[in-house]
Design a binder for this molecule. Structure first.
Ligand SMILES: Nc1nc2c(c(=O)[nH]1)N(C=O)[C@@H](CNc1ccc(C(=O)N[C@@H](CCC(=O)O)C(=O)O)cc1)CN2
Ligand SMILES: Nc1ncnc2c1ncn2[C@@H]1O[C@H](COP(=O)(O)OP(=O)(O)OP(=O)(O)O)[C@@H](O)[C@H]1O
Length: 194
């Protein structure tokens, strides 16, 4: 049963990855502008002063314009640093220096803070491959966010950042999968529970 779910996830990820790769420049530009506006609305409505986010790779929802806006507005943004042991450290983004993490994702350079650093942010905005209508999140398969979220006693609201077409009726759920509190897409903010 679990093995079947694993295969199901792998197949769905491959499809979603392909979809992201084949998006046109026009689609990318439109989504990037819309997502920036939606993320700003989220930050303003909640008056956030600190956030956990990620440094987007080229096919991911582009959060970089929003990151620049957040820096300019003195919002403290923590960005993930992948560790060999499967946990995430965090570093404060400054919008300047970056490198490549152990799995090839863009990664911030800066003073490294422990996994505990995200305990007191106002919201965690997580990358994802897809989210189901019930809030089940599927990532890219290394379990980083499941482990991070699963280890937090009291977690701030967690929103997955995805493209609109990645909000699906249902995604395969394994026991360790941590549901999210909502999603942020280029067109909307949806809260499942608060
Ligand atoms: N921008 C960004 N940073 C992030 C994440 C993310 O999803 N996006 N992560 C979220 O957890 C962590 C890194 N997680 C990763 C999870 C899987 C793969 C991976 O297996 N990549 C494949 C190819 C990508 C794909 O499957 O499409 C590979 O290396 O072969 C890499 C990093 C922390 N930083
Ligand atoms: N809380 C956890 N403790 C230990 N192992 C875990 C935990 N969560 C996930 N894993 C392991 O991590 C691997 C990847 O899990 P999964 O496919 O759910 O990742 P994902 O949600 O797609 O990834 P990510 O969270 O990095 O975006 C699985 O082999 C799983 O057993």
């Amino acid at each position: 049963m679990i093995a079947d779910l694993g295969n199901e996830k792998r197949a769905l990820r491959a499809e979603l990855r392909q979809r992201r790769r084949t998006r046109t420049t026009t689609e990318r530009d439109a989504d990037s502008a819309a997502l920036t506006a939606t993320l700003q609305r989220f930050a303003e409505e909640r008056q956030v002063t600190s956030l956990a986010l990620y440094l987007s790779a080229s096919d991911e929802p582009n959060v970089r314009p929003f990151l620049n806006w957040a820096f300019a507005h003195d919002i403290r943004v923590l960005l993930p640093v992948t560790r060999e042991d499967g946990l995430l450290d965090w570093a404060v983004g400054d919008g300047e220096s970056e490198t490549e993490g152990i799995f090839g994702m863009p990664e911030v350079v800066g003073e490294v803070l422990s996994p505990l650093a995200i305990n007191d942010v106002d919201a965690i905005l997580a990358p994802a491959a897809a989210v189901g209508h019930d809030g089940v999140r599927m990532g890219w398969g290394r379990g980083y966010y499941d482990k991070t979220l699963g280890s937090m006693a009291k977690r701030p609201p967690v929103y997955a950042v995805i493209f609109d077409a990645e909000y699906l009726d249902e995604v395969p759920r394994e026991p360790h999968d941590e549901p999210v509190d909502g999603i942020i897409t280029p067109s909307r903010i949806i809260t499942f529970r608060s």
